[in-house]
Design a binder for this molecule. Sequence first.
Ligand code: 5GP
Length: 192
Amino acid sequence: MEELKTRIKEVGTVLPGNVLKVDAFLNHQIDAGLMQRIGQAFAARFADAGITKVWTVESSGIAPAVMTGLALGVPVIFARKHKSLTLNEGRYTAEVYSYTKQVANKITIAQKYVAPDDKVLIIDDFLANGQAVSGLLAIAKQAGVTVAGAGIVIEKTFQPGRSALEKQGIPVVSLAKIKSLANGQVEFAEED
Ligand code: 5GP
């Protein structure tokens, strides 16, 4: 997606540990118009997949996930990372190791928002090692629901996330692919 790549070039900065900082439009300040076009792009790619729910993990996945749900006309669920007093009914949980925070989090989805015939589209802001999406896949497995694919705003193709997900049979659609962040420079991969 050219608009997204242009924004990354304009405002993205590279932090140690192969982390791209895009706080200006995705991870802190949110460009709602850009998020809407991102949601429409995912919705177009998965238009024929019979999606009934969009799933993501709080907090940075929520903006693109909501816009995707809006475009597809389906509800959006964000897995919670923190224990909540209001989430004390039956729930599915999985363990996720956070790439940027370097801590393990338990993620949780309430059972009452999951239907056995759900067809889920997973959305996330970044794909690095595939831990966050794999956590949601573990929950989908527990719940017995089908996952149609994963939509990723920014994929770092030099990290193993895509192959980890494709090994589990999950098609991955990403809107910007970065092949290197070496020497503080963002280098995009060719589009497929
Ligand atoms: P994974 O679970 O695929 O290893 O990492 C993806 C998660 O880690 C994303 O949900 C995102 O929050 C965070 N993450 C991974 N790499 C980056 C990055 O380069 N920049 C930012 N801002 N977040 C990242």
